[in-house]
Ligand binder design. Structure first.
Ligand code: HEC
Length: 262
């Protein structure tokens, strides 16, 4: 494996992040998001109820739900449902009418295109519905999403073993160094020597969804208690003038291009 570009090159200081200046660099994408938030405010946001209420959940129970839901609606919707089915019981609306199953399209890195893994994508949808919009720089929903991306990329997954696993054999764990489904599942398949269609690969992805749901609820509970502190200080766009990940050389080799204006 090629040497990874140091994470340091993509970092801003944690202090900056906590102050909210380490959020995505201003650019076309951000000004569009800003525009959207402003127009929602201009109409008073009265048609929207956002952010949504939260009550603390048991991470292990949530992970079990995600594991089982994976076999029905795959990774993204499984993570969303693992939290929202419980909040539907505990709180009711707006969770009761939220169509979580619509997010089945997150499977396979969005309809099989191998982009962002559905597990962090689903987790970030949940965190941002519960914590709300990013208006003045970074806030906890944005930071939890960043923490989820970094945790997912750096952790040997899966971390969670269900109480009643569908596969009795021990599954290998791998670090993806990326939130991309293609890299995450590909590295695991190589380590396990199992095909995409194998029972083992399916159970691995169900356990990754469960592991992500566990981590998400851990963050949300901390946030609810007021003890959450962001740990990710990743900001590639600020450092390199392009959105990206920390494993530049894994795709580019030693010749990492420089972005115009970087
Ligand atoms: C998952 C694979 C992947 C990763 C990780 C990745 N890149 Fe790229 N990047 C690409 C591909 C593919 C292109 C388009 C083809 C090309 O030009 O190499 C691209 C294009 C670019 C471009 C546009 C200019 C150009 O020459 O095409 C820049 C600048 C760039 N990458 C920088 C980076 C930096 C800096 C990092 C790490 C912080 C990074 N990339 C991480 C795959 C990746």
């Amino acid at each position: 494996m090629k040497e990874l570009k140091s994470v340091e090159t993509c970092n801003v200081s944690r202090r900056k992040m906590l102050l909210g200046t380490g959020a995505l660099a201003a650019g076309v994408a951000l000004s569009q998001v800003g525009g959207l938030i402003k127009s929602a405010e201009a109409t008073g946001g009265k048609t929207e109820k956002w952010p949504w209420p939260y009550k603390k959940l048991d991470p292990a129970k949530t992970a079990e739900i995600a594991y089982n839901e994976w076999y029905r609606v795959f990774c993204g919707a499984a993570v969303i449902n693992s939290v929202f089915t419980q909040l539907r019981e505990k709180i009711g609306e707006p969770y009761a009418s939220f169509p979580s199953d619509a997010f089945v399209f997150l499977e396979g890195g969005q309809v099989g295109w191998g982009t962002i893994c559905g597990s962090p994508a689903g987790a970030n949808i949940v965190a941002n519905l519960i914590i709300g919009p990013r208006i003045d720089g970074a806030h906890a929903g944005h930071q939890i999403a960043q923490d989820i991306m970094q945790w997912y990329s750096e952790t040997e997954l899966p971390t969670f073993t269900p109480t009643k696993p569908r596969i009795s054999a021990t599954l290998p764990t791998t670090t993806s160094n990326s939130p991309l489904c293609h890299l995450s599942v590909g590295k695991w398949m190589k380590a396990a020597d199992k095909s995409l269609k194998s029972k083992e690969r399916k159970d691995r992805c169900a356990r990754v969804a469960a592991s992500t749901a566990y981590q998400l609820v851990t963050y949300l509970n901390e946030w609810k208690e007021g003890s959450y502190e962001a740990t990710s200080d990743f900001s590639c766009s600020k450092e390199n003038g392009i959105t990206g990940q920390f494993n530049c050389t894994e795709c580019h080799g030693d010749d990492v291009p420089e972005a115009p204006g970087a």
